[in-house]
Design a protein around this ligand. Structure first.
Ligand code: BDR
Ligand code: CA
Length: 306
């Protein structure tokens, strides 16, 4: 079993990733930490609690940073995920509350308690992870693996020609992680752009899982529509589910092990690129994927949910 914490900005594909983790028999989900990105951090915490309650999971949610490390706070992009994060599904107030610790302190404590075993899967901007690294010099080594959804090496960006959205929203935080010496795996656009889900796939999910799959299908209408507005008619990318799947099935991906850095200024801000810095530890950048296998896992495992 993989002991997993997901750091998330839910978000439509975040919801898909979290429900996948709830269904996966090889994942022991220990909690969620929240971050701004697709929505504000306040909305992310509300949405994270709501997803866990929908899935019947009583797990801790820790509220994260409300602004990037250095850049000013920004307005989330409602045109991709909707005003409330779940497409046209209206906001709803969850019953539960976040834990008192903030996300970075929660991550630091969990990494100590599960030293050498905890896998962290950040699927939003990396601010909480950078704060944890800055607060605790041992954090990077206590965590077994940090498998991020973000960045790209050869594929270019999706929010600017150079930058992927999660890295763009806090490039300084990504640079802290890449320079930290942690065991990092990068599930970026080089692979997530190859894993596509169509309207028919979501109808199939809803047919076998009316409650949770039905919720994803409803959200997917908004998400697929966004993809069509940018000229992509063959489905939406499973960005965040791909990162969670890489946590348990790295053999479905092919990596290049290279030192990486992040541009933090100018037109290229948020670009992830090879670093020439002496001594920088290489990270595993996933460059190829068995997209059919990843998609099959996603569809088949969601099918067992209510
Ligand atoms: C990433 O940005 C967000 O919009 C998605 O949830 C995903 O984490 C893709 O670039
Ligand atoms: Ca996300």
């Amino acid at each position: 079993m993989t002991k997993l914490i997901i750091d998330t900005d839910p978000g439509i594909d975040d919801a898909m990733a979290i429900f996948y983790a709830a269904a996966a028999p090889d994942i022991d989900l220990l909690g969620l930490t929240t971050i701004f990105g697709n929505v504000t951090t306040k909305t992310a915490t509300r949405n994270a609690l709501r997803l866990l309650e929908a899935a019947g999971l009583d797990l801790p949610v820790a509220h994260g940073a409300e602004a990037p490390l250095v850049l000013p706070p920004f307005t989330p992009s409602a045109h991709v995920h909707g005003d409330e994060g779940f497409g046209d599904i209206p906001a709803a107030t969850p019953k539960g509350k976040p834990v008192e610790e903030d996300a970075a302190d929660f991550l630091i404590r969990m990494a100590r308690e599960h030293k050498g075993e905890l896998v962290l899967c950040p699927i939003g901007p990396l601010t909480n992870i950078a704060i944890a690294i800055q607060r605790d010099p041992e954090f990077a080594q206590n965590v077994k693996r940090i498998v991020i959804m973000g960045g790209s090496l050869e594929e270019g960006g999706n929010i600017t020609p150079h930058a992927e959205a999660n890295i763009y929203h806090d490039p300084h935080a990504a640079e802290v992680l890449f320079a930290s010496g942690a065991r990092v795996e990068m599930v970026g656009l080089d692979v997530t752009h190859r894993i596509l889900c169509t309207k028919d796939d979501f109808s199939g999910i809803a047919a076998s899982s009316p409650q949770l799959g039905g919720m994803l299908q409803e959200m997917s209408v908004f998400y697929l529509h966004f993809y069509e507005t940018v000229g992509k008619f063959d489905g939406c990318s499973l960005h965040d589910p791909a990162a969670v799947i890489a946590c348990t099935h790295p053999e479905l991906f092919t990596a290049r092990s290279v030192p990486m850095e992040v541009s933090c200024e100018g037109d290229t801000s948020g670009e992830t690129r090879l670093s020439g810095e002496e001594g920088r530890k290489p990270i595993d950048v996933y460059m190829a994927v068995d997209a059919e296998a990843v998609k099959s896992l996603f569809l088949n495992r969601l099918a067992i949910l209510p």
